[in-house]
Design a protein around this ligand. Sequence first.
Ligand SMILES: [Zn+2]
Length: 441
Amino acid sequence: MQPCDTLLFAEIIVTQNESRSIIYNGGIAISESKILCIDAADVVRSQYTSKNTIELGSSLLMPGLINSHTHAAMTLLRGAADDLPLMDWLNNHIFPVEQNLTAEQVELGALLACAEMTRYGTTSFTDMYLIEDATYKAVDQSGLRVLGGEALFMFPSPAYKDFDAGIALVRELKAKWQSNPRIRQAVMPHAVYTTTPEILTTCRDVAEELNLPIHIHLAETPTETAACIESFGKRPVEYAHSLGLLGKRTTVAHAVDLTDDEISLLAETGTVVAHNPESNMKLASGMAPIEKMLAKGVTVTLGTDGAASNNALNMFTEMASCAFLHKVQHIDPTVASAQTVLDMATRNGACSMGQSDIGALTVGNQADIIALDLTQPNMLPMHNPVSQLVYATCGAEVHMTMVAGEILYHDGRYTKIDYPALIESAKDVAKWVQKKIQKRS
Ligand SMILES: [Zn+2]
């Protein structure tokens, strides 16, 4: 018998491995943050022993979900302004608050996001925001995993006075956080309409020099396309490609307004697409052509976008929305199958994070695992676990969340976050946000 740190046993394990195996009555042995063995419970019990054996009974274990595009601290703005035209929403409600944010407020908003993601089964996320250092502090505390980046603009942000200072900050943040294996850094120019060609080529060069991923909002709306053609003579994807920005290290968020040629360009360059169906629906940006992208071999991942344009950071409901949106887009119920969508939220998300050791439960991978309570009425009866996860689960069934072998949430309790204190802080900051918006409008 081999000792290990933790043993988990449950009724069903959805592995999301290469062959998408589902293990009934299974077990997982974990040591030093990694999966040591995953097999039938009998096999695991006969080989491993642990003082920390958790019998989860009528539960389903699966890889923690990966949110491929969000702005965590925007939880501060959740519900502060909805149902407005995009420019009114941005200029009169979002920007006046964001321009005045402090590091403490960003950390609070990000910690609230981490609490929400932990509660609803998301273990990793890609984050672009202002004062990203504050988000890293929240992630460090919460135990989650992030691929983060300071949002880089051609104008000043609360974190830097100009772009040169912004890119210096990217180097600084990399040096500061690189010893933390759960906090990874990317280069994140905000969008083509908030940057210049010089900024984008510098971002490309710095990403190559430091071997970092690139993440950018791209082709979100027809309005963006029109402005890009007017300013730079090209559509957004063609423009990004002409600057050498596309490639395997790059993830573009949204990719809604695309021509067939642009889809081919994304496929040929190996560029990853982070699809945000709920945000695209709420802001009425349009419907991303993910079926065409997948058919051409583009890796498509799933994200929620920020809480001001969703308004939840819930990857379970996002999966259902994704499947439903594309079925109605094509008037064809066979598109965006449950397995395709679950892959987007797990395995494909791992590609976007540049991490091959998450997104599937296999030997050697990180033990980023969630457990769902199968006795909840909406989980019964169980004909097909993958169908249940995409179409019936709301996320509240998650009763245990683990990252790198460490339990972050179990049976209603957070192990790393003082949640009662967080509730009070969230109530306090709401007053400040409302004052900022009222002053402007
Ligand atoms: Zn976004």
